[in-house]
Design a protein around this ligand. Structure first.
Ligand code: NAD
Ligand code: DAU
Length: 381
């Protein structure tokens, strides 16, 4: 899209991935107005954006995406032409305990944004020309892949191998853009529903939309309820590491800044009405990944090798725990030229270092104002 000035709302910009997207857009596009719209739930933290908060092209608006009237007014006042929608309830374990909140935010919130955008854009003389509603979704909507690892495949970690050598480490199939939706958790069911609404607004009203489905992200500023930051934090504190089931589930990990770069490429060059899968061809069994984290944290803290292995504690499995995710991102790589920039070994080293160097960020989230909710949910781990 050859437009030099844009007024863009990024929802969920105070969260993990959103903060990286906001940072990238604010720094890379000084001519754009970037509005970070976030309700600041437990997962939203403006400290994630300290380095860009004073930039002239950045503005924060505290708003609930379910507030249709407020969002419609914002669209008018700011003459919004692009929406990058990341705001969501994002943690599977919370969705198992409280599915209603997930339906409200992820389904009704997305619908409120779509309807407000529709009414505003349709009221303009140019209509939908130059507009885009870009919805960020997850690979979890595709369900779970089988674990049918071919004999003789070794555990994936190696300090020299490139991540592409880990193709199909634990099964004989990927999730493709054409894979049928089959969500299992309340979280993935709510994301699947929101994806359908976004596509329905394109098919019914002609709204220019794009949906992307990404694999597990890791990196700085992730809320320490998710596997990687939770375990780094627990290792540094000598707390137990609750491994669900046997630790055999497989996830496909992508460094968060690579996801943000993909969002940039797709926002600017993606084809309207298309779906793009985003992933790094980087499958890991949880237990293998956990051992790498233990090794890395121990080394960086100066502990002897194997020091924290005893923290591993096998606990009751997550209900409906999806066995394996593995994304095929060939379409994005071939059509738009994106590819992951970091090998996993570098990414995990960078990530562990970041959390160890930013203990104040972690401590603030796991104590004080956050303490009550966090401890209530996680005190038994
Ligand atoms: P996150 O939980 O870290 O952040 C979510 C943000 O949304 C927070 O800032 C929160 O305050 C905000 N928010 C929540 N409810 C809101 C509401 N009602 N109104 C306005 N703001 C609200 O999530 P994340 O991990 O950064 O994920 C961002 C998006 O990317 C989500 O849509 C998620 O489904 C998707 N996604 C995440 C991953 C991953 O590995 N984390 C992978 C693929 C896709
Ligand atoms: O695949 C993309 C999805 O990845 C995103 O859509 C979600 O928003 C994001 O939270 C993530 O979902 P997961 O459920 O895969 O991530 P989580 O970090 O919660 O768990 C990763 C794996 O580790 C999963 O198999 C469950 C396991 N696990 C997790 C936690 C928190 C444990 O064994 N112990 C734990 O304490």
């Amino acid at each position: 899209m050859a437009v030099s000035k844009r007024n863009i709302v990024i929802t969920g910009g105070a969260g993990f991935i959103g903060s990286h997207v906001v940072r990238l857009f604010v720094n890379k596009y000084p001519e754009y107005n970037i509005i970070n719209l976030d309700k600041l739930t437990y997962a939203g933290n403006l400290a994630n954006l300290k380095d860009v908060e004073d930039k002239p092209n950045y503005k924060f608006v505290k708003m609930d995406i379910c507030d249709f009237d407020a969002f419609y007014k914002l669209m008018q006042e700011e003459q919004i032409d692009g929406i990058i929608h990341l705001a969501a309830e994002s943690h599977v374990d919370r969705s198992i305990k409280d599915p209603f909140t997930f339906a409200r935010t992820n389904v009704m919130g997305t619908l409120a944004l779509l309807q407000a955008a529709k009414l505003y854009w349709e009221s303009l003389p140019e209509g939908y020309d130059g507009k885009l509603f870009y919805h960020i979704s997850t690979d979890e909507v595709y369900g779970a892949l089988k674990m049918n690892k071919p004999e003789g495949v070794e555990p994936p970690f190696s300090t020299t191998a490139s991540s592409t050598e880990h193709h199909l480490a634990y099964g004989d199939d990927f999730f493709y853009e054409t894979t049928k939706y089959n969500p299992h958790s309340p979280y993935s069911a709510s994301k699947a529903s929101s994806d359908h609404f976004v596509r329905a607004y394109h098919d019914t009203y002609g709204m220019p939309t794009i949906v992307t489905n990404c694999s597990n992200n890791y990196g700085p500023y992730q809320f320490p309820e998710k596997l990687i930051p939770l375990f780094i934090n627990n290792i540094r504190k000598g707390k137990s590491l609750p491994v669900y089931g046997k630790g055999e589930n497989v996830r496909d990990w992508l460094f968060v800044e690579d996801h943000a770069r993909a969002i940039d490429v797709i926002f600017h060059n993606g084809k309207v009405a298309e779906t793009y899968n985003i992933g790094g061809f980087n499958e890991w069994k949880n237990i293998d990944l956990i051992k790498v984290m233990i090794k890395t944290v121990d080394r960086l803290l100066g502990n002897p090798e194997g020091h924290s292995l005893g923290l591993i504690t096998y606990v009751t499995d997550r209900l409906g725990h999806d066995a394996r995710y593995a994304i095929d991102s060939t379409k994005l790589q071939k059509e738009l030229g994106w590819e992951p920039s970091l090998q996993f070994e570098e990414g995990i080293e960078k990530t562990v270092k970041w959390y160890l160097d930013n203990e104040a960020w972690l401590d603030n989230i796991t104590s004080g104002a956050y303490e009550h909710y966090y401890e209530e949910q996680y005190s038994n781990r």
